[in-house]
Design a protein around this ligand. Structure first.
Ligand code: TMP
Ligand code: ASP
Length: 252
């Protein structure tokens, strides 16, 4: 019974996948998997790497909190439950090798590629698709690419993902605004559950969103690490992000 398993026992569960910041473990129930959030922080497709004690807890908790919020808003997600300090039980999905980015304000790669003023609000939210492929440095794709490469069977399903992304943008923007935070942009990953239903997977936290303080413009996300700030400042930023969203001090 996974519900009564102590966290230290989780290390005995078979590892079925590992990424830069998470470990995926098999659970007794074949429809579920356990995500363990590591204290690792990376940028530049993993070329820059560090350990930030407590980051795994912070990101697992924020993700769980935001997935719970989105589920209540009627968005299908893989989320099942949070287990202290850094675990999330999720439904097993067949993940699509695509990152979907949604932008409200010009920042990051968008300002590097296009002639647009950094920090300016876009006329309407822009949705972009990237192939998840570190060796190819995640090339951008359009909707046709997703179908032609066989990632999804039809353009209708691509549109479904786009609509879900825009719905998440609305819900999350409103929620974060109530916490004094501007949602600048974010990245989602989708998968299909055992019934073929498209759901949001992976994580939603300061690694996958750009968050700015509404009043001061202070950066509350992983950009401080991408910009090369001291690790103590990076950790303080993650702690602040937790405090704002969860409304209490992180337990680390
Ligand atoms: P970008 O401006 O670098 O393209 O990033 C857009 C958003 O996507 C930003 O909120 C950070 C997030 N993101 C990830 O979650 N993973 C990634 O690998 C990259 C490049 C961006
Ligand atoms: N996710 C990528 C990495 O960890 C890039 C980034 O988030 O900036 O390398």
């Amino acid at each position: 019974m996974w519900e009564v398993m102590l966290p230290q026992d989780f290390s005995k569960l078979e590892v079925i996948g590992e990424g830069k910041t998470k470990i995926v473990r098999r659970m007794e129930n074949p429809d579920l998997v356990l995500l363990e959030f590591k204290d690792a922080i990376t940028a530049l497709d993993g070329e820059k790497k560090d350990t930030l004690t407590g980051k795994g807890h912070i990101n697992a908790r924020i993700s769980s909190f935001l997935f719970e919020f989105l589920s209540k808003e009627g968005v299908p997600t893989h989320y099942v439950s949070f287990i202290e300090p850094n675990y999330m039980v999720v439904r097993r999905l067949k993940m699509l090798p695509v990152e979907i980015v949604c932008r409200n304000i010009a920042a990051g790669s968008f300002t590097k590629k296009y002639p647009v003023k950094a920090g300016s609000r876009l006329k309407y939210p822009v949705v972009e698709y990237y192939l998840k492929d570190d060796l190819r440095h995640d090339p951008m794709m359009n909707e046709d690419h997703i179908v032609v490469l066989g990632i999804l069977p039809s353009i209708e399903e691509v549109k479904e993902i786009k609509e879900l992304t825009l719905k998440v943008n609305k819900s999350l923007s409103n929620f974060l605004d109530s916490k004094g935070i501007t949602l600048v942009d974010f990245k989602l990953e989708f998968g299909k559950d055992k019934d073929g239903k498209i759901c949001i997977g992976d994580e939603i936290n300061g690694d996958s969103m750009r968050l700015w303080d509404k009043e001061t413009g202070r950066v509350l996300d992983k950009d401080v690490y991408r910009q090369g700030k001291k690790l103590s400042e990076v950790l303080e930023t993650y702690r602040e992000c937790y405090k704002r969203i969860i409304g209490e001090e992180p337990k680390v």
